[in-house]
Design a protein around this ligand. Structure first.
Ligand code: ZN
Length: 255
């Protein structure tokens, strides 16, 4: 009953007229949207309405939240949801936005097994047991406006949220069939190992080195490349591209 209520409410939200001001913000800040087929843009705008109605945004570190900030983040987050049945990042409640790089108290390995307590600068963060996602607004905007550099903070952090939906943090979002799980594990496993080797030997890749950290980061980094460097990714990592295309049900190389 509740789900029926929720899905009707979402249907109504998706059908609401999309504010012109939001449209202009997207035009200015999220230029990747210009590449989408018109039907996808309509679907995306509908998702943005639901996302903005359901998620709580909070400005941190003195940042005053505006519709520009909310819409710029929501549009990128919702681009990852097209063409699938989606529950709109069900594990996520709040999005916290800092003006710029923020520091998190932490420990880091300074070598020889010695750990030092210090503040670690962050651009963005989310984790499985936290219903929040944190973003630095300047990096968010930079990632949104630069659409061919393979770097997009919002795609990265929201790909982690998709990964969490499967219940494990292992770089595998919920997939359709056991066959798809098998080919995902085979292809992404091999690509992850290849990126580790490339990163150790200093070879460059379409995929950011950070993806060599672990399979969860690999999926997040691969998502950034899939949407922002799709032609190169398809040319150099055809099998990986095909897995991501099947999961995201989108073909950015053809846009
Ligand atoms: Zn990450």
């Amino acid at each position: 009953m509740f789900n029926l209520f929720k899905s009707r409410k979402r249907e109504r939200l998706r059908a609401e007229p999309f504010p012109d001001e939001w449209r202009r913000t997207i035009e200015r800040n999220v230029p990747i949207v210009r590449r989408l087929p018109p039907a996808d843009v309509q679907e995306l705008f509908g998702h943005v309405q639901v996302f903005l109605a359901e998620k709580h945004f909070e400005g941190c570190g003195g940042l005053e939240l505006t519709d520009e900030i909310r819409v710029t983040i929501a549009t990128q987050a919702c681009l990852l949801l097209l063409h699938r049945d989606t529950d709109y990042y069900p594990k996520l409640t709040s999005i916290l936005v800092y003006p710029s790089t923020y520091v998190v108290p932490g420990e880091h390995d300074i070598g020889g097994g010695v750990w030092e307590e210090s503040d670690v600068p962050h651009l963005g963060h989310t984790q499985d047991n936290l219903s929040a996602l944190v973003l630095a607004w300047d990096s968010t905007l930079h990632g949104a406006r630069g659409i061919d550099d393979g770097e997009n903070l919002v795609f990265h952090e929201f790909a982690h949220q998709l990964d969490f939906e499967s219940g494990d943090v292992n770089g595998t979002p919920p997939l359709e069939s056991s066959r798809q799980y098998a080919s995902w594990a085979r292809v992404l496993g091999a690509e992850f190992e290849a990126l580790r080797r490339a990163s150790e030997s200093g070879d460059s890749s379409v995929l950011d080195d950070y993806g060599a950290e672990n399979p969860a980061e690999f999926f997040a980094v691969a998502t950034e490349a899939f949407f922002e460097r799709p032609v190169e990714l398809r040319a150099r990592h055809a099998a990986l591209y095909a897995e991501l295309r099947a999961f995201y049900r989108q073909d950015p190389a053809a846009w």
